[in-house]
Design a protein around this ligand. Structure first.
Ligand SMILES: Cc1ncc(C[n+]2csc(CCOP(=O)(O)OP(=O)(O)O)c2C)c(N)n1
Ligand code: SF4
Ligand SMILES: [Mg+2]
Length: 302
């Protein structure tokens, strides 16, 4: 039964060992509620696997396959093929991993599954670093963030590279549905998960998911930080459906990026001149996204 539009039944049980206030755990809990019980989960290693499955316990109330860091999408293709062989069209397959697993180490398997046209949903919970092993930068890490492998010092002020545009890379495979979402709006996340699962082909959603120790925020800050990421357009919320881009939530007036940065210890070294560079980076990407809003920029190949 749903209360205020949220399913009562839990598939990611409480008692797991995620930090208080973890954005990824919140995202996963609601993704599973949206998917429902006829679902098999394939999960790459990372924080959400480690906190949910300390032997002999598990937080998973659905069939769950843990695989290596790099092959969640390939394992999901195998699970889908086995279900198809059995004639089971009802059971859905969701593969999931963090940004390290999705943007970096598992990207080859992810690309392969999209090229083959596997019917499944891939969900990336993006906390912008390899958190489980001690906050190493990934290609999803936001520019100038301080991580253990992009330390902010006197000469180099944190990560020097852009965030990889993974939703566009996946959409360029000809995917019918790609979306960004955020723990800021769990109803939007639910709608996107259900829409993606109804599509006959590979679909992709990446979810903005703050990490308490990695971003050096208070345990009650994940939603506030996510809202500011949206209001500053640091993290735009959009869909790419049949190759057409649609910014499905647009802030009325964009707030200065500094408001987002100042909440987080990972940006505490940012001086006013670096903040100007970050603002320009965000402005340029937002201008690009607005320029393609409503346009078909990719062909759907399958
Ligand atoms: C091939 C391989 N390389 C490295 C590791 C070590 N490792 C385990 S979890 C992890 C970090 C995961 O980062 P991410 O996918 O972003 O998930 P998060 O922990 O941030 O949720 C790493 C590097 C591994 N298990 N396998
Ligand atoms: S380290 Fe970050 S991603 Fe991992 S459980 Fe804690 S808050 Fe969640
Ligand atoms: Mg991560």
């Amino acid at each position: 039964m749903a209360i205020l539009g949220i399913e009562e039944k839990e598939f990611f049980a409480s008692g797991h060992r995620a930090c208080a206030g973890c954005g990824e755990a919140l995202a996963l809990r609601h993704i599973l509620k949206a998917a429902g019980e006829k679902t098999i989960i394939v999960q790459a290693t990372g924080c959400m696997e480690v906190v949910s499955s300390p032997y002999p316990e598990t937080a998973w109330e659905l069939p769950w396959v843990h695989c290596a860091f790099e092959n969640a999408a390939a394992v999901a293709s195998g699970v889908r093929a086995a279900l198809d062989y059995k004639g089971d069209k009802e059971t859905q397959v969701i593969a999931t991993g963090g940004d390290g697993a999705s943007f970096d180490i598992g990207l080859a398997a992810l690309s392969g599954a999209f090229e083959r046209g596997t019917k499944f949903l891939y969900v990336c919970t993006d906390n912008e670093a390899f958190m489980n092993t001690g906050i190493q930068r990934s290609s999803a890490t936001f520019p100038y963030a301080n991580t253990t492998t992009s330390p902010a010092g006197k000469v180099i002020h944190g990560k020097q590279e852009a965030k990889k545009p993974l939703p566009f890379i996946i959409a360029a495979h000809g995917a019918k549905y790609v979306a960004t979402a955020s723990v800021m709006d769990l109803f939007d996340l639910k709608r996107k998960v259900q829409k993606a699962l109804a599509i006959n082909g590979p679909t992709f959603i990446t979810v903005f998911s703050p990490c308490v120790p990695g971003w050096k925020i208070e345990t009650n800050m994940a939603i506030d930080v996510s809202r500011l990421a949206y209001e500053t357009t640091v993290y735009p919320i959009y869909e790419i459906e049949d190759g057409v881009v649609k910014i499905n939530q647009k802030p009325e007036a964009r707030k200065p990026v500094e408001e987002y940065l100042k909440l987080q210890g990972r940006f505490k070294h940012v001086t006013p001149d670096i903040a100007v560079k970050i603002q320009k980076y965000v402005d340029d990407r937002w201008a690009f996204l607005e320029s393609v809003d409503g346009k078909k920029i990719f062909d759907t190949l399958f």
